[in-house]
Design a binder for this molecule. Sequence first.
Ligand SMILES: *Cc1c(COP(=O)(O)O)cnc(C)c1O
Length: 409
Amino acid sequence: MTYSYISHVYCPKCRETYHHQTIQHVCHCGSPLLVSYDLLALKNEVDRSQLLKRRHPSLWRFHELLPVIKKDHIISLGEGMTPLIEMSSVSETLNIANVYMKDEGMLPTGTFKARGAAVGISKANELGVTHIAMPTNGNAGAAWTQYAARAHMSATIVMPKDAPMVTRHECSLAGADVYVVDGLISDAGQIVQQAIKDYHLYDASTLKEPYRIEGKKTMGLEIVEQLGWEVPDVIIYPTGGGVGLIGIFKALKELQTLGWIDAHKMPRLVAVQAEGCAPIVEAWKKGKREATFWENAETIAFGINVPKALGDFLILDALYDTSGCAISVADEEIMYAQSFVAKEEGAFICPEGASAFAAMRKLKDSEWIKPEENVVILNTGIGLKYSNIETNDVTMLENEEKIELPVKS
Ligand SMILES: *Cc1c(COP(=O)(O)O)cnc(C)c1O
């Protein structure tokens, strides 16, 4: 039986095609490349019910729709099949029929970056790569260095000095060469590009290799499967580089082509950004097909602090194509949503995930989301990764003093 139905790699801009058996980065026209599968053959040979039978509950259950050709090349830490949790208190408060949270904080390294890293490193492993390099806002580096370590590959990482401290530790503990720059991810990116040229390293930057999207695509596959092969009305995604959103859209398209889901119902995709860094929102409002560089980008939601995304046109295409939208939220709204979800649902989500909850509230208020609709929110990471957030509403007890707690019943 065919393990992967990958057929080739292609450019979504100029349609040039490339082989998948050799290393590929971006198209000669500069665009990111996407992976194509022989969906017709897959449709004829595999039934979706087979995925549920005797398959390990990881994202590799979807191996036919993933790019790794030989099972032996897979580098796995058990990633995938995160829970889709009903948020009944939240949905009641906002008066929305169903709100589900796909909790990506449960993945290895605590964020959904593990999906992209698992598939990206596995494919790099298959292609004989020995040394990767990438800029990171923290979480991607953390995930890619762990998987690189497991594959016995070297890794060179450049990150902004404001990236969450724990991610620095994760990268360096995994044996990577870690460099910290006083700047943004775009500055880190320029340094990495030079190192790649000088030392012939494998460019694992966001969308500079075609396989990270394929890993993130599995969020879309899992959501649909977990909803019994039905699609929700709305999917809300905290968007930085937009890889997850592009991946989810690609997954839905592939499932439609396979006839595994209704060909006529597409969820409306929502890209959420922070007010301090909202290039996609600005482009979407103006109906543009590409975004412009966002000056002085700043937000507490570090994973979405991306001033210019290489795949901006793919993100915007997905929004236009699904009648979705882009919306920004303030850092205060993000912090409020984070504590609201923790208090109401007992889930300590990351600021990026919280931004999606804040956006949902706004979209419900403006009636873009209707009361009868089903909404899926991606919580892209675990709140624990951002341990530098301060807590003020605790009571300090004096030492050696007998104190009666004013416990409320
Ligand atoms: C990277 C990251 C994002 C943004 O992901 P993209 O798919 O690149 O837009 C969101 N949340 C967290 C926690 C991240 O680490």
